[in-house]
Design a protein around this ligand. Structure first.
Ligand code: ADP
Ligand code: ASP
Ligand code: MG
Length: 422
């Protein structure tokens, strides 16, 4: 029998009516002869609600102080939605069982709130499938080597689904969400955004890492590493639409540069307002400063993004980088207390109200002048660029947060993304 993994996001699981709808859709696939593993997210708003309760009780703490408990707390959202889905399926006459991450188990490292999946034991799930049951596995969570519950970072249910599909060698992983595929940019920001029928794995990886939250980046990494066929599609189509039509809908992530792929120079625009800029000023310019600053940040398990070291003047330079906004206060603290004094730098300043806007496209490899066009468009809108970073297939700029939507719309228009590539 063919095994398929379905993932349903928070909005798709957002009410008992929607859960019933998911159950009916899953039932359709089961009756068509597929084996199904279903990975649900928490009901929409639930993860925020739970984390908000924790914040009420400990507003003055950095998250790390109680990270273990945050994970134990947040993981309950997916446990509830998974059990509800199992109940809804049984009410539809479909045998099903739900498992929390630790029951599978999905093994992760010990990095609370951003754990990585290390292995998945599929014996229990396989036995249930063999016995004719739909298996529901909670998204977003796992268990560390000491038996603690961990979570995989916001949006992590995508990663759970792809990892389960990879471990079980599923034929396909279908990510059902509240939009009908991957668009040229977030359709909630640009009404003219266009759905892509296919998007290459590399472009999807860049879009996700630059902030398109339609897929969590680690899910795309998993899909690439294990070649998991991955499709993003809508959970809001009528549940009883023709299964062949449903299986072809949405956006397919492709792994080969075949000629059927759309060949736009720029395929998409991603943005992320979840970043903050930090500058260390008056740093003596000598070997090892980048390591001393960023090494300390890395040791605290904090990801750094765009990095800039200025030209030095009189042996003194400035060093700037961006981090996740949630890590901002902690990084400033860390630099002030342990790095600045050692380094002999003069000060640390920062700005948490920045955003990053990126244009992404495989075609950028073979076309020149794309970045320059981006800078021109932004300058025509009067938007000041604070930092720039590039890779082979993307250019990102850091700008003031208040210009984000303006920048995205102007770029979408200038690169004619609302029109399909020839
Ligand atoms: P889910 O709860 O199903 O995981 P998410 O909210 O995490 O859903 O992701 C879907 C959302 O991603 C969409 O509602 C949309 O606003 C946003 N999004 C951002 N960039 C894109 C894009 N390029 N294409 C489609 N959706 C995007
Ligand atoms: N419920 C988690 C979140 O809100 C995981 C997910 O939805 O993918 O981030
Ligand atoms: Mg999501």
């Amino acid at each position: 029998m063919t095994l398929i993994v379905h993932k349903y996001g928070g909005t798709s699981m957002g009410s008992t009516e929607r859960i019933r709808n998911v159950a009916k859709r899953v039932g359709k696939w089961v009756r068509a002869g597929y084996q199904l593993v279903v990975v649900p997210s928490a009901m929409s708003g639930e993860t925020n609600r739970l984390l908000g309760l924790a914040k009420e009780l400990a507003p003055q703490h950095h998250d790390e102080a109680y990270a273990r408990e945050l994970d134990a707390l947040a993981a309950t959202g997916e446990q509830a939605s998974s059990a509800l889905l199992a109940i809804a399926l049984q009410a539809e006459g479909i045998a099903s069982v739900s498992y929390a991450g630790w029951q599978v188990p999905i093994r992760t490292d010990m990095a609370y709130t951003k754990a990585r999946i290390e292995s998945i034991d599929d014996a229990r799930v396989r036995a249930d499938l063999q016995a004719g049951r739909v298996v529901i596995v909670t998204g977003f969570q796992g268990v560390d080597p000491e038996g603690n519950i961990t979570t995989l970072g916001r949006g992590g249910s995508d990663t759970s689904a792809v990892a389960v599909a990879a471990a079980m060698k599923a034929q396909e992983c279908l990510i059902y969400t509240d939009v009908d595929g991957v668009y040229t940019t977030d359709p909630r920001v640009v009404a003219e955004a266009r759905r892509l029928k296919t998007v290459s794995f590399e472009e999807m990886l860049e879009m996700a890492s630059m902030g398109s939250k339609v897929l969590q980046i680690r899910s795309v990494e998993f899909a690439g590493k294990y070649r998991v066929p991955l499709r993003v599609l809508s959970s809001f189509t009528p549940w009883d639409i023709d299964i062949a039509q449903e299986a072809q809908s949405g956006t397919l992530i492709t792994f080969e540069d075949d000629e059927h792929m759309e060949q736009a120079v720029v395929s998409g625009i991603a943005f992320n307002r979840d970043e903050a800029k930090i500058s260390v000023l008056g740093v003596p310019d000598r070997p090892g400063i980048a390591f001393q600053i960023l090494g300390a940040v890395a040791d605290a398990n904090i990801d750094v993004d765009v990095i800039i070291q200025n030209l030095s003047k009189d042996g003194i330079t400035d060093f700037s980088f961006t981090v996740n906004r949630g890590d901002y206060a902690r990084v400033i603290d860390l630099l002030k207390t342990s790095v600045i004094p050692k380094l002999g730098a003069s000060d640390v300043v920062g700005d948490p109200k920045i955003c990053k806007v990126s244009i992404v496209g495989i075609g950028m490899r073979s076309h020149v002048g794309i970045a320059a066009k981006m800078f021109r468009v932004l300058s025509e809108e009067g938007i000041n660029i604070q930092m720039i970073s590039t890779s082979e297939i993307k250019t990102s700029v850091v700008i003031d947060e208040k210009y984000m939507e303006l920048a995205v719309r102007a770029l979408h228009k200038a690169f004619e993304l609302e029109q399909a590539a020839a």
